[in-house]
Design a protein around this ligand. Structure first.
Ligand SMILES: [Zn+2]
Length: 189
């Protein structure tokens, strides 16, 4: 399958190797839609012909219409706000003694979703999260593991739609991480 840039696929000339149809990319039929790209199919025989990766927000800022640029700027600001709220360093995590119970609890305030991080019942951090934040939970547990090696006896988190959405990848990553942490605790206590 041929890959064509989002800003050029409509005017690209396409030949279907299967049925011989030819025309412009904009005449192709919409095929399957994925999170990072879409497929376009031959309009007569439905053969998959073209992959179009979605432009990054940075590319939209360069090549998009004024309206697209405005919405890209809003998305970038949102993304940066989330990144700025993330717990990332050992110094973000206060020391605790003894076996630890970690809780990651969702909080919804004024239209935004947050995740509160508790250690033995004390809230140590709040970060902003969005849809399918499961993979982020695995990263948070990495940071906690670095500060509390072999101390984490229990991890509690919420299995909501916001946590895993349609994808099971994040949930799997978290499950594996929790198993690793509790195993280290049991082997070293
Ligand atoms: Zn065809």
């Amino acid at each position: 399958m041929k890959q064509i840039d989002y800003y050029h696929y409509k005017t690209a000339t396409i030949l279907c190797h299967k049925c011989g149809w030819s025309g412009f990319g904009e005449e192709l039929s919409q095929g399957e839609i994925f999170s990072t790209f879409m497929e376009l199919e031959c309009r007569t025989c439905a053969e998959k012909l073209v992959i179009v990766p979605y432009p990054t927000l940075e590319t939209v800022l360069e090549k998009g219409t004024d309206q697209e640029k405005e919405s890209a700027r809003a998305s970038i600001a949102f993304r940066e706000k989330i990144i700025a709220s993330e717990i990332t360093k050992k110094s973000d995590v206060p020391p605790f003694l003894g076996p630890l119970s970690i809780s990651l609890l969702e909080n919804y305030i004024e239209g935004q979703n947050y995740l509160d991080i508790y250690v033995n019942g004390t809230k140590i951090w709040t970060e902003q999260v969005y849809y399918e934040y499961g993979t982020r939970v695995a990263e948070i547990l990495d940071v906690l593991q670095y500060q509390y090696p072999n101390q984490i006896a229990r991890v509690e988190y919420e299995h909501t739609y916001l946590f895993c959405g349609d994808s099971s990848y994040g949930a799997m990553a978290v499950k594996e991480k929790v198993a690793e942490l509790t195993k280290a605790y049991l082997e070293n206590k």
